[in-house]
Design a protein around this ligand. Structure first.
Ligand code: IVH
Length: 721
């Protein structure tokens, strides 16, 4: 017998035909709850708990019950609606979608019916043939495993990008989408409709995904479970510059609009390609089920060599008038179906389980396996994530387990093959004390992981923090793990500030060190004094403060002092910061030892504030978001600094949340048009200067003397139109 996670085994064992109505209703409620919870893990948290297959089986069970008992179908059933990715969809979320405007979709953004069986594709083809009653073709395409996007082009320009949202309303992610290199902001060629939508998928190629997860693992941030989650998480970042760094790509596959004159889906995609839009060339026109199955089989093997993730094949009726006549259900088109590939699995024996302590003290169980071939790699280790996961799997040392690659570097164990369990299997005991320092492990409420609480005394944690501090993305000091271990073992460094007390004399006492290596290390340490504040903040290794968060916090607060004095609400007002990050920073800064380290780093000359920071002068703009556009008598950066120095926030794009537009000469016409549309006030440079107290303006590096705001010349009407 095959045992999966409890949800799935439940599905397998159930037969609903014999149930009484009350029991049926109970199971429906149970399924709805499971589906809704897992939708939230998938779409909102970007961290699925069960596999796609398990999720699809839950949906299938619900659909079958509803088919047998149509009187029990409710309009809010997940079989009738698409899952929601809206950032404020999570109940009780503190991070309501404060960064994204929401707009209605012109056409509902639906899902696709899916199947894992060839027989069901045949049934789909039969149904289509019967309804059409004439000759037609299919367009078969790859099913890209990303996150759905809807782009609107007006007059050949990218006008708006919306996520699927709940199918009716989507999050406006235009600014982020503009930073995805293969999405054109202007169309090429001729003949594009004046106003049309094109839908597709934003995805993260494996290379970018591996790079991102490697960074996250090194920073002890939870890695993304798969490229799909990484893509949708990245698309919802609040800083477009960060989005640009994530290596996202787009592929488009569905054009919609009022005045489109294409005859077939394939023709529409060929035109889109000519206009410069990214369209996959892997599609194929098939005339019958034999050709469809050939295509499916071909890609089930070939997809392993693609540089991005696919989770199936989409089969579409190619002729657009026939698509129209087949139409839609409330959830999906009747003219298309998805055939989904099952994830590849290997069966392997658990030899032992290690418990690894990370730099933040988190204890992760890792299974050592008998080497097994999975896709193109040999798997020897698999993560068990945490003790709950071990309980759910009821795993024993000696068990045979199913291993899957969810796109992660370390594969995961998805189930135990109970039929292969023998009397020699041993139930593992999750340690109660740290495998390194022996401290009793703790687990806070809501945490999935056990932690070693000996933060400043556990050698593994200390060494992990020291390594992190000097790492490339942090202080960028040339020193390998072994060097740091040597320094630690000699008792030279116990915390990150100790590095700056090292001298050549001490270093020459380390095994194998010569003058040259000591000088090279000291020179590199010297250079680290110029590392920008955001990197120093990241280097401190505060739990949950990864590279991106450190950057956002450094920019929002400007200095370590401001961070150490800030309250919870101030942290929550920053970009992607939520409760967990806010609490973690406050917990870190309230430890006297940590404050002492900060002071020692200050004495060592590290940068503890943002370069060119204008100290807070007033709070006259507190709570206001200002969009600065056009040219001013001082640089635009200096104007933005003035906004921040007076308590305001700079916004990148105009939205309902913009307090006013600060417009110099030649402001962006699109920004002004949007401001007009939303009734947002436009403020001139002169008016702005009269709003804030007179102050010294830090000019750009290449400018001469600092000016005061009173000295800035203001030239009449600054609008350039
Ligand atoms: S066509 C009306 N084509 O898969 C729906 N969808 O699981 C039209 N997807 O919602 C969708 N590759 O986000 C279509 N070649 C492809 C696709 C594709 C991926 C996504 C899409 C859809 C989801 C359903």
């Amino acid at each position: 017998m095959r045992m999966h996670t409890d949800v799935y085994s439940h599905v397998c064992k159930r037969t609903f035909f014999s149930m009484e109505t009350e029991q049926i209703q109970k199971r429906i409620d149970e399924l709805k709850k499971l589906i809704s919870e897992n939708n939230e893990h998938y779409y909102i948290e970007n961290a699925p708990v069960i596999s796609d297959y398990e999720f699809d089986m839950l949906m299938q069970e619900l659909a079958s019950i509803e088919k047998a008992h149509p009187e029990l179908i409710t309009p809010d059933s997940p079989t009738q609606r698409v899952g929601s990715d809206l950032s404020n969809a999570r109940k009780g979320s503190r991070k309501a979608s404060k960064e994204f405007e929401q707009y209605p979709h012109r056409y509902p953004m639906l899902s696709l019916g899916n199947t894992y069986s060839v027989t069901e594709i045949e049934e789909f083809a039969d149904r289509a043939a019967k309804a059409i009653g004439d000759a037609f073709t299919y367009c078969c395409e790859l099913k890209f495993d990303g996150t759905a996007i809807c782009l609107t082009y007006r007059d050949g320009k990218l006008f708006r990008a919306l996520t699927r949202g709940d199918g009716s309303v989507g999050d406006d992610v235009t600014e982020n989408v503009k930073r995805i290199p293969n999405i054109p902001q202007r169309l090429n060629g001729i003949g594009w409709p004046k106003d049309f939508e094109i839908r597709g998928e934003i995805y993260m190629p494996y290379k970018a995904f591996d790079r991102l997860n490697e960074e996250r693992r090194r920073d002890e941030e939870a890695p993304f479970a798969n490229p799909r989650n990484a893509a949708s998480g990245s698309l919802k970042l609040t800083d477009p510059d960060e989005v640009a760094n994530r290596g996202l790509e787009c592929t488009l596959y569905h054009i919609l609009g009022e005045d489109l004159h294409f005859k077939t889906h394939d023709q529409a995609l060929r035109c889109a390609m000519k206009w410069g839009l990214p369209v996959s060339d892997k599609r194929k026109i098939c005339r019958n089920i034999v050709e469809i199955v050939e295509y499916v089989k071909y890609w089930d093997t070939e997809r392993k060599f693609l540089p991005f993730a696919t989770d199936g094949i989409v089969i579409k009726v190619n002729e657009l008038p026939y698509q129209d006549s087949l139409g839609y259900t409330s959830k999906a088109p009747r003219w298309a179906v998805a055939y989904k590939f099952k994830a590849e699995q290997a069966l392997s024996k658990v030899l032992s389980i290690d418990y690894q302590v990370g730099r933040t003290g988190a204890v992760t169980p890792v299974a050592n396996l008998e080497p097994a071939q999975l896709s193109s790699t040999v798997v020897k280790r698999a993560s068990l994530h945490n003790s709950d996961q071990m309980e759910v799997l009821d795993i024993r040392v000696g068990d045979y387990v199913y291993v899957e690659k969810g796109g992660e570097i370390i594969p995961k164990i998805t189930g135990v093959e109970l039929s292969k369990r023998d009397g020699f299997c041993v139930k593992p005991d999750f340690p109660t004390v740290c495998p390194d320092c022996g401290a009793r492990l703790v687990r806070d409420e809501g945490e999935a992981k056990w932690f070693c609480p000996n933060v400043d005394g556990c050698p593994t944690q200390i060494k992990g923090k020291l390594v992190h501090f000097l790492s490339r993305k942090a202080m960028n000091v040339i020193a390998g793990d072994a060097t740091i271990e040597q320094m630690y073992n000699k008792g030279y460094v116990r915390n990150v500030a100790d590095f700056y007390k090292l001298d050549e004399n001490k270093l020459l006492h380390l095994d194998g060190w010569k003058e040259k290596s000591a000088q090279r290390f000291l020179a590199s340490l010297e250079e680290s004094r110029n590392v920008p504040f955001e990197k120093v903040l990241f280097a401190l290794g505060i739990r949950h403060v990864g590279e991106t968060t450190a950057k956002q916090i450094a920019r929002a607060f400007g200095s370590m002092d401001a961070i150490m004095n800030a309250g919870r609400e101030q942290f929550l007002a920053v970009g992607d910061v939520g409760d967990v990050i806010a609490d973690s920073i406050i917990a870190w800064t309230s430890v006297p030892r940590h404050r002492e380290i900060v002071e020692r780093l200050r004495e060592a000359g590290l940068k503890l504030k943002v370069d060119g920071l204008v100290e807070k002068v007033s709070d006259v703009l507190a709570g206001q978001t200002v969009v600065v556009t056009g040219n001013f008598s001082i640089s635009r950066d200096a104007v933005k600094k003035l906004v921040e120095a007076n308590g305001g926030k700079n916004g990148a794009s105009v939205s309902k949340k913009t307090s006013f537009i600060l417009a110099g000469s030649k402001p962006g016409p699109e920004k002004i048009r949007k401001a007009d549309e939303l009734g947002i006030r436009i403020v001139t440079e002169e008016e702005f200067l009269s709003m804030i107290p007179e102050q010294e303006v830090i000019m750009d590096d290449n400018s001469s003397e600092p000016k005061t705001t009173a000295e800035i010349p203001v030239q009449g009407n600054l609008f350039g139109w």
